[in-house]
Design a protein around this ligand. Structure first.
Ligand SMILES: [Ca+2]
Ligand SMILES: [Ca+2]
Length: 298
């Protein structure tokens, strides 16, 4: 009986293999897909490990745009190429900081957000819509209602893409606009829910710097950027060396600023054979340790 079953199985397998032999190109394609998947996971691990090493090796007390980690890093391997791009998240404002742990509006931080919307000329109502989206209550400043397929979230934002669900956030508001011959960034290059809430003075763009205090105008923000290119800030007090910055300004922005970053979004483009993959990961740097929070592969 057992012998008969074994013969039957061998018989079936023989027929199956013969069939495959006819379609051998299909089988080869399947095998190469599996090999490519294994390679892509291996390359993802290697890329993330490399970034962890880069961040760990950066042991000074500040994080600035002239440091190694912030340069785009191309890596050429035998069968694949990787392009690594690390973006610290403390260059952005964290919209979640508008609402404190008790579910109440943080008035000082809300003022910073209002100034940001004013300097990049985005309708203030959209800011109230974002506030309604995040705050736990359903009392409306205009942004709780009118969602057809879903209600306002009433919780902290998890991703920056979530902004696109909010009333008024169209392509221009999200991605930025060309105006009077110059580009003004949109919310995707100004806000991040991954930031620890303290803006890094060494990496923030002009618009973010202007939002921090009413006395930081465009000229002063540009002076700050020119200064840090030569000499990154190693302490918030170093700001006093920039012409036009007063000790009052430093006093007011101190609770909202820092000279280093904690959260780093990593974008790795992997070219393998004919295909291009995108790997996105969030790494968190705490003292000497660097921890991977999550990763996504597209
Ligand atoms: Ca550093
Ligand atoms: Ca709400």
């Amino acid at each position: 009986m057992i012998v008969f079953i074994v013969f039957s199985i061998v018989g079936i397998l023989t027929i199956f293999v013969t069939d495959l032999a006819d379609d051998s190109y299909f089988f080869e394609d399947y095998v190469s897909t599996v090999i490519e998947q294994e390679q892509i996971f291996y390359l993802s691990d290697a890329g993330i490990e490399a970034v962890k090493r880069i961040l760990k090796d950066d042991t000074n007390s500040y994080d600035a745009l002239n440091e190694f980690w912030s340069q785009e890093l191309p890596v050429q391997l035998d069968e694949a190429s990787l392009t690594i791009h690390i973006i610290d998240q403390e260059r952005y404002l964290n919209p979640n900081r508008m609402i404190n742990q008790d579910g109440k509006v943080d008035e000082k931080f809300f003022l910073i957000m209002e100034r940001l919307f004013s300097v990049v000329r985005i309708d203030n109502q959209i800011l109230y819509n974002i506030l309604d989206w995040i705050d736990p209550d359903t009392s409306s400043s205009g942004g709780e209602e009118d969602y057809i397929d879903f209600p306002a979230k009433n919780r902290y934002m998890d991703t920056v893409e979530e902004l696109k669900l909010i009333k008024g956030v169209n392509k221009e508001v999200f991605e930025g606009k060309e105006e009077f011959g110059s580009f003004t960034p949109g919310l995707k290059d100004l806000l991040s829910p991954y930031s620890n809430g303290k803006v890094n003075l060494n990496t923030a763009n002009k618009w973010i710097l202007m939002s921090l205090d009413e006395q930081i105008d465009e000229a002063l923000a540009e002076s700050i950027i020119a200064y840090r290119k030569e000499k990154p800030f190693t302490n918030i007090n170093d700001l006093i060396n920039v012409d036009g910055v007063t000790s009052d300004i430093i006093y007011r922005i101190r609770p909202f600023t820092d000279v280093k970053s904690e959260n780093f979004l990593v974008q790795i483009t992997i070219n393998l054979g004919e295909r291009e993959y995108k790997l996105i990961a969030l790494l968190r740097k705490m003292g000497k340790s660097v921890k991977e929070e999550w990763r996504k592969l597209y």
